[in-house]
Design a protein around this ligand. Structure first.
Ligand SMILES: Nc1ncnc2c1ncn2[C@@H]1O[C@H](COP(=O)(O)OP(=O)(O)OP(=O)(O)O)[C@@H](O)[C@H]1O
Ligand SMILES: [Mg+2]
Length: 293
């Protein structure tokens, strides 16, 4: 940790403490700071408070436009949380904040109860165990399925280390397991460019799984998939639940119905409603801003 990061963290914490003293009774958690007294263990996410991800009162403006406006949300370990909401609600921006791509103006973002994500850079956050899948598949088209998965293990190594990289037995087992999970065990020698759109999406998810992320953020994963591919993706996500925590943004309601426990509805940069899909679909405010379109 560099001194300036530590200093920035201290300043943020002081600002947070001052603010929460005023707002303590207004927030769901009673203004409780997330485990400042605990010591982070290297490589471990402390989920003893029952939360793997915790956002509180996050704000982001772009040229005066409030894209995220008082967003508070948390996710339990192993949970598969679905996020829905109209275009421009701030769903992708929320993922940008969690992954360090966008810095919030104010607010708290914790991974477990000890890791203050606002103190880390994008690459460091990936190393901490947060994997992100963007909408467009970004596999290496010239390489085979196997090579793509193998490459996913090398990303943080130097060129020389990569040249002499060999899978050890644990990694080989993991690769075989991932191939099976993403339904591509029969295609390991195929060039990724020749896969269907859905298969490319699965391969990219497989590349994320090679790093064994604790939290996976998936932005519109079934957009452009056939109905059959969508159904298989639902099965895939259900099989990942419990082993990983997942946050899934989607507009496809039949897909959400197939995978969801709790659905969070975002609108205008904050949470409009939360509950089962049936509950939020029956909510007048949700119908007005989103489902009744
Ligand atoms: N870097 C940026 N600069 C300026 N405005 C931005 C930036 N990123 C997002 N926005 C704006 O913030 C708002 C929220 O955008 P965001 O992409 O998070 O919405 P979304 O919920 O993901 O929508 P969709 O369902 O269409 O993907 C939009 O009005 C968008 O134009
Ligand atoms: Mg989006």
């Amino acid at each position: 940790m560099t001194p300036d990061l530590l200093e920035a963290g201290t300043e943020r914490r002081q600002a947070y403490t001052a603010r929460t003293q005023d707002e303590a009774l207004l927030t769901e958690s009673g203004g409780r700071a997330a485990g400042y007294g605990r010591v982070a263990q290297a490589g471990e996410v402390d989920t003893t408070h029952g939360r793997i991800l915790y956002l509180e009162d996050v704000h982001v403006s772009f040229d005066g436009f409030k894209a995220i406006n008082g967003l508070s949300l948390d996710i339990a370990p192993g949970e598969l949380r679905c996020i829905i909401g109209p275009n421009g609600a701030g769903k992708t921006t929320m993922m940008d904040i969690i992954t360090g791509k966008t810095r919030p103006d104010t607010g708290t973002v914790f991974f477990g109860s000890t890791i203050d994500l606002l103190r880390y850079k994008e690459a460091e956050i990936a190393q901490l165990g947060i994997g992100r899948k963007f909408q467009k598949p970004t596999v290496f088209e010239q390489l085979t399925v196997f090579e793509n998965l193998e490459l996913a293990l090398k990303t943080d190594k130097g060129v020389k280390a990569s040249m002499f990289f060999r899978l050890d037995s644990v990694q080989s087992d993991r690769l075989a397991e991932v191939l099976h999970t993403i339904h591509l065990a029969g295609d390991l020698g195929r060039q990724a460019g020749n896969l269907s759109h859905g298969q490319k999406q699965w391969l990219e998810i497989g590349m994320l799984l090679m790093q064994d992320p604790k939290l996976l953020l998936l932005d519109e994963p079934v957009a452009g998939m056939t109905d059959e591919e969508t159904a298989r993706t639902a099965e895939l996500f259900l099989s990942l639940k419990g082993k990983h925590s997942l946050m899934v943004v989607e507009h496809d309601m039949s897909f959400i119905r197939a995978i969801s426990d709790i659905v969070t509805v975002l609108c205008d940069g904050s949470v409009l409603a939360q509950g089962t899909l049936d509950q939020v679909q029956a909510d007048e405010r949700v119908i007005e801003v989103y489902l009744g379109r």
